[in-house]
Design a protein around this ligand. Sequence first.
Ligand code: NAD
Ligand code: UD1
Length: 357
Amino acid sequence: MKNNNISSSLISHPSSLIIVTGGAGYIGSHTLIELDKAGFDFLVLDNLSNSSQEAIKRVEKIINKKIPFVKGDIRDKELLREIFKENRIDSVIHFAGLKAVGESVQKPLVYYENNVCGTNNLLEVMKEFGVKKFVFSSSATVYGEPDKMPVTEDMQTGVGITNSYGRSKYMIEEILKDLFISDNSWKIAILRYFNPVGAHESGMMGEDPEGIPNNLMPFITQVAVGKLPKLRVFGGDYPTHDGTGVRDYIHVMDLANAHVKALEYINNNDLNEPLIVNLGTGQGYSVLDMVKAFERASGVKIPYEIVDRRPGDIAKIYANPNKAKELLGWEAKRGIDEMCESAWNWQSRNPRGYKGE
Ligand code: NAD
Ligand code: UD1
């Protein structure tokens, strides 16, 4: 074995494993808990470019089990081959990717190389080893600026996407569809996330972005702990009920559970095409709705100011989540109050995130 970063527990792991790429990240780490609860064994591959191994340690505490972890990159074919050679891999849940929208506009080649080439690389090695079950983290961003609401999976994608991050997700979806056309024994689930927020109920894990958060909820929680002075609300003149942008926020633990359901679905069903499902609640909330809900949940006042619209933002998007309910038997259970309470529970106990006490 060449790579010193591979933990020895990986070698010849007896049971069949799921590789969770990006499993140290926000959504991936929460999903590990649900996978474990459902009785799945897994191995995490993450280059820690946007995460900390502390997240894995926290999951280990919660599930009371050691997690096989490989610090490595999905673009490293030799490393992937070693992992596939030395373990019985059953399937891959693929979270690994770069996700900062603004940065993707500045560095499109970095985003295409990491997200698109990285995924292609991973799929090539899966093909070499005959592993053909794949669950992919896509995004509502593939719908661009939809003209109808709520959004259903059959609506047009790929048009009107305003950034390279979003286009990388669209391109990967197209690669996956082509792959299935070339060989219909692949079992692929494309999960289009709406806006994941919140944290595990323990308060031990949560979203821990590097630097100043781009997304709304971590920005609000960091204002609440006093790390940031006030929230800037991007646009107060959208055609929405209060003029601020409307999104479909979904609790990260509900989202995590959907991965288990998607995996079970592709394990147990023959597919005529990749499974594509929206993962949202079906309910749209504005920025100011979220601020009020957070204030209710935390008892902390969030100072804010309404500023210009953020380039690339759309007024409103929310999911029609019926397909996930019909096919996967999945629906979001947690509401906006639980999303805000859990986000606050995490941030107030861990004001510096995983960087510690
Ligand atoms: P995250 O940044 O917390 O997690 C992604 C993980 O992938 C990180 O731990 C990072 O270190 C790792 N990674 C990145 N490039 C890698 C590479 N080349 N090799 C190995 N590991 C690599 O992000 P997240 O919020 O948990 O998102 C997970 C996935 O879901 C991403 O693909 C993201 O694009 C997608 N997604 C996220 C959202 C959201 O709002 N958070 C919405 C829609 C889709
Ligand atoms: C963004 C990305 C999307 C990506 C997702 C997760 C765009 C166009 N979309 O979604 O591709 O999958 O993040 O990374 O960038 N807001 C404020 N102030 C803030 C932050 C946000 O008012 O400081 C508002 C936004 O204008 C928006 C809402 O809050 O109306 C949600 O924003 P955000 O959390 O960034 O998610 P999206 O823009 O929906």
